[in-house]
Each structure stands twice: as structure tokens, then as C-alpha cells.
Design a protein around this ligand. Structure first.
Ligand code: M3P
Ligand code: FE
Length: 304
């Protein structure tokens, strides 16, 4: 019951052609649909219609992010809970959005627009369902991650925002960073997946998107991703390295319009009874980047 996983991120770009070229050629996503002002993209192992929508707009930014709920009834249950918390909700009806049916929209306490959906158009992955190949075609361009993994949004009041995702939406906290007074500077939250986070919230301006991340299957793919990025002249933000928080291996970089992307692997499994891990502010450097032990100002202050 409740929140299952991240479904798609919807962002704006002032140069749709440049963005589409980067996400297909360098990131190595599949373009699944193009309309006058939107491009829809997905990874080779994703079953849903798309995981990224890019919409033309003079200003780069995030329109919304969408999570899938496990059961159809969850939408109704969560609508009541979100309303009871004091966030007005609206329904986006079938036919208003490409690749999905009815959804629920609201603004989370930190100002981003969130959407919940159950009815998603399942167009299937690249491998098929009969005698599927375990790997995609070897000639896919770019990094070609199998799937989107998680995202990170900023919040001025991390604790308030975290409480909304935990108490109202029913997500589980796996890790947190506390300042010297015990206030949350960052939280990592899981839906009904076994990964340490489907979304994280870190202190920063309300409404901001920090990054979204694609999954890669192992550390060697992170190294290859770094080669692909460097070869294509993409600006790398940090890494390849390892997070202390989540234990994941990572590299951060910027798309051509300055949106931060991450590729991520590793981490650990979480079950509903896994205990929360806590980082103290004096160890935040290691929590962020375990080898470097740095709190990069670019990393903390640059957002979309
Ligand atoms: C991750 C992650 C920040 C921490 C980021 C951590 C922005 O992206 O995947 O665990 O402080
Ligand atoms: Fe991340």
C-alpha cells in the first residue's frame, strides 16, 4: 500500500533540441515520443511510457515529479490524507497527460509540485517478455542506464518536509543528517522499494530540484560513464566517488542547460524493519563524499 517508487520527472528546457540530443546521445535514453513542445524519454529497462518529460520553456526548471502508488485505491486514500494535512489537491484527468491516466497533484511543504499516479501506460522495456535477452543491444549510444533511480529536492525546513513524506505519504526514512542541535539537514526516504532512497531532501531553497539519478549496475559502469562524459565535454560536478550516506558509488554532472544529473550504483537493501542511520554535521563531508570528505559549495548551492 502507498507510495511505490519514482515514476517520472518533468522539467523545462529553453532548448528542446539540445536537451533531446544530450539525453539521447550522451545519457543514452530512448526518445519515446515528441510533440510540438515536449520530448518524452525512458531508459532501456523501464516498463512505463517514460521517466523524463522535457518541455520547452524559456526558463529551465522543474515542472513536477511523479511517484507511482501501489494500488488504485491508494490515490483516494492519499488524497484524503494530503487534504487533511492542509495541502490543497487537484485531479489531473485521463487524457490531460501523455502516458498516464488520472493523477493527483499538490504542492509539497517545500514548494515543489508532486503528482501521484497509479494508472501508467506500460509500453515495456527494450528486451521483451519472451526469451528476453539479459542485456540491451550492444550498440546503444552514451551511458545507457537501465533505469531512473532517485531524485533529490531542497527544502528550507527539512524536518517539516520530511514529516510530510513520512507521516502523510507513508515513506520510510533510511538515513538522516543532524546538525549540532539535532535538527535535520537532510533525509533519505524510501517508498516500497528495497533501495536506501527514492527521494532525498536536503537543506536549500524551497522549490528547487538538486538532481535526479540514473541507476547503473556496477562501479565499472560509473567509471565508463565518466569516460563518456569527459569525451563529450560534459561538465563533471563531483566524482567518480562514493557517498557515505547510502554507501552508493556516484558521479554528478550537468546537462547542457545546467540541470544536475547523477549516475548511481551500490548502496544496500532496506527492509521495513531496517534501523535509521544518522550522520552528524561534523561528518557531513564524509557522508556526502566519503573519500574526499568535502562539502563542496557548488554541490550544495547549485540547483535548478
Ligand atoms: C545523494 C545520494 C546532498 C546529498 C546528496 C546525496 C545534496 O545524491 O544519492 O545519496 O547533500
Ligand atoms: Fe543522489
Amino acid at each position: 500500500m502507498g507510495i511505490l517508487r519514482l515514476a517520472h520527472v518533468d522539467v523545462r528546457t529553453p532548448d528542446l533540441d539540445l536537451s533531446a540530443a544530450y539525453y539521447t546521445e550522451v545519457m543514452g535514453l530512448q526518445q519515446v515520443q515528441r510533440t510540438d513542445d515536449c520530448v518524452y524519454l525512458k531508459c532501456w529497462d523501464e516498463e512505463d511510457h517514460h521517466s523524463l518529460r522535457m518541455r520547452y520553456n524559456p526558463r529551465t526548471g522543474m515542472d513536477s515529479f511523479t511517484f507511482r502508488v501501489e494500488e488504485e485505491d491508494d490515490l483516494h486514500e492519499l488524497e484524503k490524507k494530503v487534504e487533511a494535512y492542509g495541502c490543497p489537491t487537484s485531479r489531473v484527468s485521463r487524457g490531460e497527460a501523455v502516458g498516464q491516466g488520472e493523477s493527483l497533484r499538490f504542492e509539497v511543504p517545500s514548494g515543489q509540485i508532486m503528482e501521484l499516479v497509479w494508472d501508467i501506460e506500460k509500453t515495456g522495456n527494450m528486451l521483451g517478455k519472451t526469451n528476453p535477452s539479459p542485456v540491451p543491444p550492444p550498440d546503444l549510444p552514451g551511458i545507457a542506464p537501465p533505469r531512473m533511480d532517485h531524485m533529490l529536492v531542497n527544502a528550507e525546513e527539512v524536518a517539516e518536509s520530511a514529516a510530510f513524506f513520512i507521516d502523510v505519504l507513508g515513506m520510510r526514512m533510511t538515513e538522516q543528517v543532524l546538525d549540532g542541535n539535532g535538527h535535520q539537514l537532510g533525509v533519505w526516504l524510501a517508498g516500497n522499494t528495497r533501495s536506501p532512497h527514492d527521494i532525498a531532501i536536503v537543506n536549500g531553497p524551497n522549490g528547487a530540484l538538486h538532481h535526479w539519478a540514473y541507476w547503473l549496475d556496477d562501479w565499472d559502469h560509473i567509471r565508463k560513464a565518466a569516460d563518456t562524459l569527459a569525451f563529450n565535454g560534459v561538465q563533471i560536478d563531483q566524482g567518480p566517488t562514493r557517498h557515505g550516506v547510502t554507501r552508493g558509488n556516484t558521479i554528478y554532472f550537468f546537462d547542457p542547460l545546467g540541470i544536475r544529473n547523477e549516475v548511481f550504483t551500490g548502496g544496500y537493501w532496506v527492509d521495513p524493519d531496517t534501523e535509521i542511520l544518522t550522520w552528524t554535521e561534523d561528518n557531513f563531508g564524509k557522508g556526502l563524499f566519503y573519500y574526499e570528505n568535502v562539502i563542496s559549495q557548488r554541490f550544495l548551492r547549485m540547483h535548478t
